[in-house]
Write a protein that binds this ligand. Structure first.
Ligand code: PLP
Length: 482
C-alpha cells in the first residue's frame, strides 16, 4: 500500500461549506448609527457585505472541536521537536493571563501599573538569568529578536564611526537558518564558519575570518547539535580583540538556564524565545515573544518604549535618543509575557536550575535508549538538552517521521542541522516522564523495524496521508473554492 497521491480522508475542514443562508449563532447588539462614508471615505467601503459563513452555535462548536482533534500538540502527545523546546505549558499560566483580559494597550500607564510592574520585573529576571544589563520585551519571536539585536549592534558600530568598515557577520555552518537570514536582512554579508570534527566551531577557521571588517559573530550555545561550545571564552576573547560583538541565539537556553549565563560567557547580546524556554505555547503560529538582552554598552540603542521605575511607580520611557526605534506595535505580545512571568515566579531560582538539569538528563537518557534501538549518534558524547541521531543504515529519516505520525507521535526535527545526513534532532524537554521517554523509544524502534513498503506508505490513519511537500510549499492552495 504505497501512497503516491495525498488522500484526504475526512469531511470538509471548511466552515464555509456548512453555511446555510440566514442561520445564526448569536444576535449581536444593533450597531449604533454611524456615518461610515464620512468616517472612512466612500472608496474604502465594500460595495456588498462580506460573504461570511452562516451557521448555528452547535455547528460552529463541533466544527472547531473536530478540527482541534485532528491536531497533534503537546497537550495530546509527546512532541520531541528538536531546537523548539516543546515543553508543557501549565494551565495555571492561562489563569494568570485571564487576570489581564480587560487591559487595553491605549490605557493610560497610570491605570496599568500592575502590567508595567510585571514587565519591569520580567525584564529584570530575564536579565538576571542571561547575565545581561538591560532587556527589551518587544520583539514578537526569536527571529524578530535576532533582527532587533543585530540592528542594536549596527547602531553601536555606527555610534563609533565604524558602520562602513564592519560589513560582515560570521555564522557557523550548523546555525539555524534564521541567523544568516537575519544578518543578510540587516544588510550584512554572511560568512559561514565550518564546524570541527567534534561538532564545535572550528576556532582556527574562525580566527582566520576575524578582523576589523567583522560586525558580529552569531552563535548558539549549546549549539544545534546539542553540544556545549567548550571554547566559548576563547571565541569571545578573539571577537572582542577585533571589536566585533558576540550575539547569543537563546533558543537553546533551556539546557543551561540557572547554571550558566551567556553574559558570563562573553556574549554582548542575547535573544530569548519565551515560547520555547519559558513555556508559552507554540507550534501553530500563535503569538510568540523574543525579548532581547544586552550588556550596558548597548543599552542606549534598545527599542523604545522601555519600561522603567519612576518614583513609587512604573512608566514607559520614550525619550532615548540613541534608540533604534520601536520594533513592534505597543509593548510586545503581552499574554506571552504573563505566562513567562508566572513560570519564573513559580519555579524560582532553584526550580529554573532544576528544569535545565532535568532537560539534560532526559535528553541523555533518551539518547541511550535510542542507541539500544539501533539508532546511530554521530557526535556521541554527553549531550545537553537535545541530540542528533540517524536511523539505522538503509532507513530514511523522512519515513521514520511519517511512521511516527502513524504511532501518534509528533516527529522530531528532521534534516537539520544541515551538516548531518538524515538528521533526526530530538529534544524531549524536562516535562516528560521516564515512562513517556521509554514508550517513545520503543515506538522509534518499532518504526525502523517495519518493512520498506509499510515505511514508504505511512501514515495510514491520520486525517491527511503523506503529502507532496514540495508542491505544498511551492503551490499552496490558500483560497477557498480553488
Ligand atoms: C527557533 C529558533 C530560532 C528562531 O526563533 P523563532 O521564535 O522561531 O523565530 C532561532 N534559532 C534557533 C536555534 C531556533 O531553534
Amino acid at each position: 500500500m504505497i501512497a503516491d497521491k495525498p488522500e484526504v480522508t475526512v469531511e470538509s475542514a471548511l466552515i464555509f461549506e456548512k453555511s446555510v443562508p440566514g442561520r445564526r449563532g448569536v444576535l449581536p447588539p444593533k450597531a449604533p448609527e454611524v456615518d461610515l462614508e464620512a468616517l472612512l471615505g466612500a472608496e474604502n467601503l465594500r460595495p456588498e457585505p462580506p460573504r461570511l459563513p452562516e451557521v448555528d452555535e452547535l455547528t460552529l462548536v463541533r466544527h472547531y472541536t473536530n478540527l482541534s482533534r485532528r491536531q497533534i500538540g503537546i497537550d495530546v502527545t509527546f512532541y520531541p521537536l528538536g531546537s523548539c523546546t516543546m515543553k508543557y505549558n501549565p494551565k495555571v499560566h492561562e489563569a494568570a493571563v485571564q487576570l489581564f483580559a480587560d487591559l487595553h494597550p491605549y490605557q493610560d500607564p497610570s491605570t496599568a501599573q500592575g502590567a508595567l510592574r510585571l514587565m519591569y520585573e520580567l525584564q529584570r529576571d530575564l536579565g538576571e538569568i542571561t547575565g545581561m544589563d538591560a532587556v527589551t520585551l518587544q520583539p514578537a519571536a526569536g527571529a524578530h529578536g535576532e533582527l532587533t539585536g543585530i540592528m542594536v549592534i549596527r547602531a553601536y558600530h555606527a555610534s563609533r564611526g565604524e558602520a562602513e568598515q564592519r560589513r560582515v557577520v560570521l555564522v557557523p555552518d550548523s546555525a539555524h537558518g534564521s541567523n544568516p537570514a537575519t544578518a543578510s536582512m540587516a544588510g550584512y554579508q554572511v560568512k559561514e564558519i565550518p564546524s570541527g570534527p567534534d561538532g564545535e566551531v572550528n576556532l582556527e577557521a574562525l580566527q582566520a575570518e576575524l578582523g576589523p571588517h567583522v560586525a558580529a559573530i552569531m552563535l548558539t550555545n549549546p549549539n544545534t547539535l546539542g553540544l556545549f561550545e567548550r571554547r566559548i571564552l576563547e571565541i569571545a576573547k578573539a571577537a572582542h580583540a577585533v571589536g566585533a560583538q558576540l550575539y547569543y541565539d537563546g533558543a537553546n537556553l533551556n539546557a543551561v538556564m540557572g547554571m550558566a549565563r551567556p553574559g558570563d560567557m562573553g556574549f554582548d547580546v542575547v535573544h530569548l524565545n519565551l515560547h520555547k524556554t519559558f513555556t508559552v505555547p507554540h507550534g501553530g503560529g500563535g503569538p510568540g515573544s523574543g525579548p532581547v538582552g544586552v550588556k550596558a554598552h548597548l543599552a542606549p540603542f534598545l527599542p523604545v518604549p522601555q519600561v522603567v521605575r519612576r518614583g513609587e511607580g512604573y512608566a514607559l520611557e520614550y525619550d532615548r535618543p540613541h534608540s533604534i526605534g520601536q520594533v513592534k506595535s505597543f509593548f510586545g505580545n503581552f499574554g506571552a509575557l504573563v505566562r513567562s512571568y508566572a513560570y519564573i515566579k513559580m519555579l524560582g531560582a532553584e526550580g529554573i536550575r532544576k528544569s535545565a538539569e532535568l532537560a539534560v538528563l532526559n535528553a541523555n537518557y533518551l539518547k541511550e535508549l535510542l542507541k539500544s534501538e539501533g539508532f546511530r549518534i554521530p557526535y556521541d558524547r554527553t549531550c545537553m538538552h537535545e541530540f542528533v541521531a540517524q536511523p539505522p543504515e538503509g532507513v530514511r529519516t523522512l519515513d521514520v517521521a511519517k511512521g511516527l505520525l502513524e504511532m501518534g507521535y509528533h516527529p522530531p526535527t528532521v534534516y537539520f542541522p544541515l551538516i548531518v545526513k538524515e538528521a533526526l534532532m530530538i529534544e524531549p524537554t524536562e516535562t516528560e516522564s521516564k515512562e513517556a521517554l521509554e514508550a517513545f523509544a520503543r515506538a522509534m524502534g518499532e518504526v525502523v523495524r517495519k518493512d520498506k513498503e509499510w515505511l514508504e506508505g505511512a501514515p495510514y490513519t491520520t486525517p491527511v496521508r503523506r503529502l507532496d511537500e514540495v508542491q505544498a510549499n511551492r503551490r499552496p492552495k490558500l483560497r477557498w473554492g480553488e
